[in-house]
Design a protein around this ligand. Sequence first.
Ligand SMILES: [Fe+2]
Length: 164
Amino acid sequence: MAELTHLEEKLAEVTGLAMAAEAAGGKVSKLTEKQDASLVATLQKMAAEAAETAKRCESVAGNFEGKKTAILDEAREVKKKAAEMMSTYLDSDADALDGFEFLTMAEAAEVGHWSVLKTMNASARNEDVSDLVSWALPIQERHFQDVLQGSKKLAAEQDPNETV
Ligand SMILES: [Fe+2]
């Protein structure tokens, strides 16, 4: 397998996280449906944007001569690890708030990784990566704010003295 540069590895990581975010949106939508239908639309928009992010990442990966397969293999590894984390965190008695708390961690991870890719590309100066980061980072920052607000909304709706 072709060895990846640090920049290519970071591109693989944001790609894998976007792939995982699409699945996480679906899973948390199911947990949320019965409790707060108004949040489901936000989740569905996020999942659609995650799919678009993964698609754009894959197209940028295709511009790395001879590295596309290795970048996407690494992305799928990251996706697998993220999916394992989700299934560990969201066990069978997870509710909508647990789902949103998980997404708060996941979206913070995405913001962090995109920021790292941006910093790394400040010296690498790859134009495709630069365009991709400019498009994706504000979206991930909005995702993080949306799931944080969703968590707070669900928390406010819960009776703190009720047993779980
Ligand atoms: Fe996201």
